[in-house]
Design a protein around this ligand. Structure first.
Ligand code: SF4
Length: 471
């Protein structure tokens, strides 16, 4: 079906399905925020093309499984979802089209075709057009269709990809092979998308990149993440700007200063360290030493003292000795992150580590290290959050759940509270109770929240933290 003239209405939604017999769709997503943003964009495109989203895949003409390959567990979940969909199609929904998208799909996917012969189409991340052409041959939505499609988030917060791909090639990571090299979106495109989101009621945008500070390096006119912050700062309706994920070597003083200077940019950094040991960092090819990493964290602490900082850590990387793990553990104790996303090393086919390194840390030892980090982090998180009791925090109201309001503070803490307000309001909450994972409070009449206390308020000498229980 070749579409000569697309019957879109004034908001760009077709009044009839442009995809032939396909009337309904369902998208299932696993993985990172980038995947979530891709799914939202694809779903928005299908709605523009006249299809309706259905919650129940049993009612869908097209089901898209958006996959992640970063850990084996994510692949296993997608495989099991596909098995379920096959059964559904065989028993209840003959004719349902099944598409697999995302990081499980490499340039060659013969192996996937053998494993899942019933899947209609495999498409690489963001290859939306490949899916459309495979399920409805000869369809042409027009070259501007996808660039002009803006994802429809469910609430008042939205993810906005600003730089795609990654050039870093860490030895354990499959992302550069699946998402390609770094490609920044033009400033004007991002501004347009953020303005559309604001007009639809979004109040907070999170700018996404695998290494978000790489933004602009590849654009013809020199620009960077700080310039992007400044531009989005001017978009009416947007109250908050966040950014994910940071890469220490790309985080310039200019970017850190802009977080301090621009009121809408929230004081929150996620900077994966991955290991506290220089030898392991070298084997991971992370491109920095622990000294350089700590210098960046100290810079943030001095320029943005109220910032919360979270990190990612891999335990059980090939060759990681107990002493090297303890070095990582001590770093976490010293830097006192607000949160640590810890993962046991999972060898990924296609990566350098998979090809060249022995996965020689036994699984149970990996899990023991992982639990030691989780235990430490629970104590540290509890201590950091305890310092917020009695303070007044700015909160964006995101939803009402279980009879209470929920939102996030500027420092990205989950806050539950009571009081009169509406979704999308930016209010002040007096914090009454704290735990390692969230804060509780009540809406305050005050207009101005307190500045969050500087990080590392708790003297490590008074910390409850104990050495890890390692054999
Ligand atoms: S920086 Fe490293 S870990 Fe992060 S996406 Fe790029 S290659 Fe993967």
């Amino acid at each position: 079906m070749v579409i000569q003239s697309i019957p879109f209405d004034e908001v760009g939604i077709s009044s009839r399905s442009l995809l032939g017999a396909l009337q309904t769709f369902h998208v299932w997503t696993v993985g990172c925020q980038m995947n979530k943003a891709d799914s939202e964009k694809f779903a928005a495109g299908l709605v523009r093309a006249g299809l309706s989203f259905v919650e129940d895949p049993a009612e869908a003409d097209l089901v898209v499984v958006n996959t992640c390959s970063v850990r084996q567990g994510a692949e296993d979940r997608a495989s099991s979802k596909l098995g379920h969909l096959k059964k559904l199609r065989d028993t209840q929904r003959p004719g349902m089209k099944i598409a697999v998208m995302g990081c499980m799909v490499g340039p060659r996917h013969d192996g996937l075709k053998k494993r899942f012969p019933y899947v209609d189409v495999f498409a690489r991340p963001q290859a939306f057009e490949d899916i459309i052409r495979a399920v409805v041959p000869d369809t042409d939505l027009g070259g501007e269709f996808w660039p002009q499609t803006v994802g429809q988030p469910e609430g008042v917060t939205a993810f906005v990809p600003v730089v795609h791909g990654c050039d870093k090639f860490c030895t354990y990571c499959i992302v550069p092979y699946r998402r390609g090299r770094e490609r920044s979106r033009p400033l004007a495109d991002i501004r347009h998308e953020v303005a559309v989101l604001a007009a639809r009621g979004v109040r907070e945008v999170t700018l996404l990149g695998q290494t978000v500070e790489a933004y602009g390096h590849d654009l013809q006119d020199p620009t960077d993440l700080a310039d992007l912050f400044t531009m989005i700062h001017g978009v009416e309706g947007i109250e908050r700007i966040r950014f994910l994920t940071s890469y220490p070597k790309d985080m310039t003083d200019r970017i850190i200063a802009s977080v301090a200077e621009l009121p809408k940019v929230c004081e929150y950094f996620n900077i994966p360290v991955q290991s506290g040991d220089d030898e392991i960092l070298g084997a991971m090819r992370r491109g920095y030493t622990i000294g350089e990493y700590v210098e960046r964290v100290e810079k943030i602490n001095s320029v943005v003292p109220a910032a919360s900082i979270t990190t990612d850590l891999i335990v059980g990387f090939p060759g990681e000795t107990e002493q090297q793990f303890l070095t990582s553990y001590e770093l976490l104790e010293r830097l006192r992150f607000d949160k640590v996303h810890v993962a046991a090393y999972s060898p990924r086919p296609g990566t350098i580590a998979f090809r060249k390194m022995d996965d020689d840390v036994p699984q149970e030892e990996k899990m023991r290290r992982l639990h030691a980090v989780e235990e430490l982090q629970e104590r540290v998180g509890r201590e950091i959050n305890r310092a917020l009791a009695g303070t007044m925090q700015e909160v964006l109201v995101e939803e009402a759940r279980d009879g209470r309001w929920t939102g996030r503070s500027r420092s990205n803490k989950l806050v539950h509270f009571s009081g009169e307000c509406h979704v999308g309001d930016v209010i002040t909450v007096t914090i009454e109770e704290t735990s390692a994972w969230s804060l509780k409070g009540v809406k305050a009449p005050a207009e101005r929240p307190d500045t969050a206390p500087a990080r590392n308020l708790v003297d490590p000498a008074n910390s409850e933290s104990q050495p890890p229980r390692l054999g």
